[in-house]
Design a protein around this ligand. Structure first.
Ligand code: NAP
Length: 247
């Protein structure tokens, strides 16, 4: 389905990004695995993809650093080739009630979850424009729609990604480039593992399907959006949350 396509997945060493990298490769794509510090985990993802007979590359860079992103993407274009599929997935949380939130907690979350999409997409978009084909998939969150106490920084960043998705989709539609967002609910990864037990139980009570989602379930939707099957979908937001929020 994705043979001949090159995909860059940010934050692909763990969790949802890891599953997306592996599922894109299963669907035929050559995959670039971005990460920040988890070298060994990223290497495992690469080896898993190579063992499937597919191509994979490691690309360590900090998505929140404009200069670093610019240099890394130039290098990738030279060494790997035209990137056709971009998944802006890397993200972090720094939860704190608003009045106690430090400027640093605000800034690092905005930079990593939202500014990163500007940095990475600006680097990759010229390649898609030249190819007259592209898929950009931004990983937002259900909290962009529902809010969540302790996550004013994170909810702001994830809501920003929705506006980013809609505005950019209009700018590039005529070049056959689609831009969509996925808003996952409670997915079992390192990010949610560190939540207090009470918060996890409260989530599970609220979820009609009565379980956390799996990273692979988000990855399957991503593969669909990256494929030609989704060629008429752009500027859209997909909720994947076990019924927790129904748009
Ligand atoms: P995770 O398990 O904590 O993994 C985060 C990934 O992002 C890691 O690969 C990490 O790399 C990478 N990363 C963090 N900061 C980075 C930076 N500055 N530069 C490059 N890479 C960086 O998170 P996850 O749960 O899979 O979440 C993935 C995305 O889904 C995030 O955007 C998150 O906000 C969103 N999301 C998650 C949930 C959920 O329930 N889990 C729900 C809604 C939305 P290292 O391993 O090198 O640190």
């Amino acid at each position: 389905m994705l043979e001949g396509r090159i995909a860059l997945v940010t934050g692909a060493s763990r969790g949802i990004g890891r599953a997306i990298a592996i599922e894109l490769a299963k669907a035929g794509a050559e995959v670039i695995i971005n990460y920040l510090g988890s070298e060994a985990k990223a290497q495992e993802v690469k080896e898993q993809i190579i063992s499937m007979g597919k191509k994979a590359h490691l690309a360590p860079f900090d998505v929140s650093n404009f200069e670093e992103v610019k240099d890394a993407i130039k290098d990738l274009e030279k060494k790997v080739g035209t990137i056709h599929i971009l998944v802006n997935n890397a993200g972090i949380t720094r939860d704190q009630l608003f009045l106690r939130m430090k400027e640093e907690d605000w800034e690092v979350v905005l930079r990593t979850n939202l500014f990163s999409a500007f940095y990475v997409t600006q680097g990759v978009l010229p390649m898609m424009l030249k190819a007259r084909w592209g898929r950009i998939i931004n990983i937002s969150s259900v909290v962009a729609f529902t809010g969540n106490p302790g996550q004013v920084n994170y909810a702001s960043a994830k809501a920003g990604l929705i506006g980013f998705t809609k505005a950019l989709s209009l700018e590039v539609a005529s070049r056959n480039i689609t831009v969509n967002a996925i808003a996952p609910g409670y997915i079992a990864t390192d990010m949610t593992e560190k939540l207090p037990e009470g918060v996890k139980e409260a989530f599970l009570r609220e979820i009609p399907l009565k379980r956390a989602g799996l990273p692979e379930e988000v990855a399957h939707l991503t593969v669909f959006l990256a494929s030609d099957l989704a060629s008429y979908i752009t500027g859209a937001v997909f909720h994947i949350n076990g019924g927790l929020y129904r748009g």
